[in-house]
Design a protein around this ligand. Structure first.
Ligand code: NAD
Length: 500
């Protein structure tokens, strides 16, 4: 990729974005920039600051200075800001969808109908929460207990490149509703939509309440998370980064929420509606070109229906329209970066070496007019063993590994035989079986008979090494507040322990 030189003609976004600190746009202390590219064409779109420790410290100081008055703000004010964010985002929904599509490569229509509605919903949902952060009271004849719920203070929030606007909204909406101030670090690979969001919202964010710094994680992470004024870290991204952040968080013993990767099991029983199951299996790895933490990429098919299922699964994948992500008819775009393309390609090479059979796909896809695009063909590996690396490691691309099974106990054991536990799917017409299997699966979310069937307000988060803490639901407010127990004695005078 070329150097970050602004050759800019778009009215949708700027040629360059600064850090957003204390309500102002600033250059980085490093003086260096990072380019944001279009993965369909390789073209430079914009550039962002390459932040460092000094920038992180400035952002934390601004967030810390803003905290005392934001903490005291009226719920109406916090609600109005969150609603206004939702309103403005909805009014420009097509622009934001286009920005996500341009920088990430996700299809425009997918961004319009999946990413943006989900991001907007976060602001709407938590706007209401600003009024519902009461504590509780516990009355006894001799004491009145009051449990207050208070914000923590400055929260460091670090997000990835696959669904940036959803991640940004899921992080900042509850934290703001609860009265915290924020230093947000989006991904240096994809953050065009996020930066444009803050450009548009700058006038409604009180200075210092949300600060946004950009750059390579390792240049910012330690200074940010170990700063003594930071009271919490919320992270979405990969497990190796999480391991570092947990170490940083241990320095000042601050709480953490970690939303990490997955290798989710998608279990197809012999009594399933095979058309629905095959469509769901395809959708689960095609959405966002498989760059979804919840993707059901480990497909467990009952041996009795294997052939019929695979035929329908392939038929669906063959119909997927690969192409220019900004074309409204496109169903799958390019992978988000060269790094991601290379990572997926390495697994495509590994599969046959491990003994898997390549049923379809397996290589880079050619899209006319987009020679530099990072396209990959939807891929199915069969004859996969659950202990192969292609079945255990997160590929984060349009790649399904198919494993067969005979009985429910066996499939539950295999599905759980992974370090992850984030999502999953189950396809059966039998309610008792559905209940038993979903109970036995170690995962934070499992969809029965429709993959990615998000119900607003339901928690999302991991079991095992997929992380800890939950988002997208009211319970996230517990991660952004602390309780304070105040006990007022109702009895008069001293106890008399030492005599009166
Ligand atoms: P990543 O861990 O490489 O990067 C995530 C963020 O962390 C980026 O902003 C990056 O700059 C930053 N970072 C990297 N090193 C850092 C450091 N030392 N200190 C501080 N920050 C640092 O992950 P990614 O490749 O951007 O995202 C893909 C991963 O995210 C996948 O594993 C995916 O499953 C996961 N993910 C999980 C969820 C979920 O809800 N559980 C959602 C989306 C993505």
């Amino acid at each position: 990729m070329g150097k970050a030189e602004p050759t800019h003609t778009s009215t949708l976004y700027q040629a360059e974005y600064g850090h957003f600190i204390n309500g102002k746009w600033e250059g980085s202390a490093s003086g260096e920039k990072i380019g944001l590219y279009n993965p369909a064409t390789g073209a430079l779109l914009s550039s962002i600051q390459s932040g460092n420790a000094a920038d992180a410290v400035r952002a934390v100081e601004a967030a810390s200075a803003a905290f005392p008055s934001w903490k005291q703000s009226r719920p109406q004010q916090r609600q109005e800001i969150l609603f206004e964010m939702a309103r403005r985002m909805r009014a420009r929904i097509q622009d934001y969808a286009m920005l996500e599509s341009l920088n990430n490569g996700k299809p425009l229509m997918e961004a319009m109908h999946f990413d943006l509605p989900m991001a907007i919903e976060q602001f709407e949902m938590f706007a209401g929460s600003a009024f519902h952060l009461h504590g509780e009271s516990i009355s006894t004849p001799t004491a009145l207990g009051i449990v207050h719920r208070e914000p923590l203070g400055v929260c460091a929030q670090i997000i990835p490149w696959n669904v940036p606007l959803i991640m940004m909204a899921a992080k900042i909406a509850p934290a703001l509703a609860a009265g915290n101030t924020i230093v947000l670090k989006p991904s240096e690979i994809v953050c065009l939509g996020v930066m444009e969001f803050f450009k548009q919202m700058a006038d409604i964010i009180p200075p210092g309440v949300v600060n946004v710094i950009t750059g390579y994680g390792p240049n910012i992470g330690e200074a940010l998370v170990t700063h003594p004024k930071v009271r919490k870290v919320a992270f979405t991204g990969s497990r190796p980064t999480a391991q570092k952040l947990i170490q940083y968080a241990s320095v000042n013993v601050i709480p953490q929420t970690m939303e990490l990767g997955g290798k989710s099991a998608n279990i197809v029983c012999e009594d399933a509606d095979l058309d629905a199951a095959a469509e769901g299996a395809a959708m689960s790895v095609v959405l966002n070109k498989g760059e979804v933490c919840l993707a059901g990429s480990r497909v467990f098919v009952h041996e009795k229906i294997k052939d019929a299922f695979l035929e329908k699964f392939q038929a669906n994948l063959r119909k997927v329209k690969l192409g220019d992500p900004t074309d409204p008819t496109t169903q799958m775009g390019p992978q988000a970066s060269k790094m991601q393309l290379d990572k997926i390609s390495s697994y495509l090479e590994l599969g046959p070496k491990e003994g898997a059979t390549l049923l379809m796909g397996g290589k880079a896809a050619k899209v006319s007019g987009f020679d530099k695009g990072y396209f990959i063909e939807p891929t199915i590996f069969t004859d996969v063993k659950n202990n192969m690396r292609i079945a255990q490691e997160e590929i984060f691309g349009p790649v399904s590994t198919v494993i067969t099974w005979k009985d429910d106990e066996e499939v539950v054991r295999m599905a759980n035989d992974t370090t992850y536990g984030l999502g999953g799917g189950l396809w059966t017409q039998n309610l008792r079986r559905a209940h038993k299997i979903t109970q036995a699966i170690e995962t934070g979310t499992i969809w029965v008979n429709r993959y990615y069937n998000f119900v607003p307000g339901m928690p999302v988060g991991g079991y095992k090494q997929s992380g800890f803490g939950r988002e997208f639901a009211q319970e996230v407010l517990h991660h952004y507040t602390l309780t304070k127990s105040v006990i007022i004695n109702l009895e008069e005078g001293s106890i008399g322990v030492f005599g009166r």
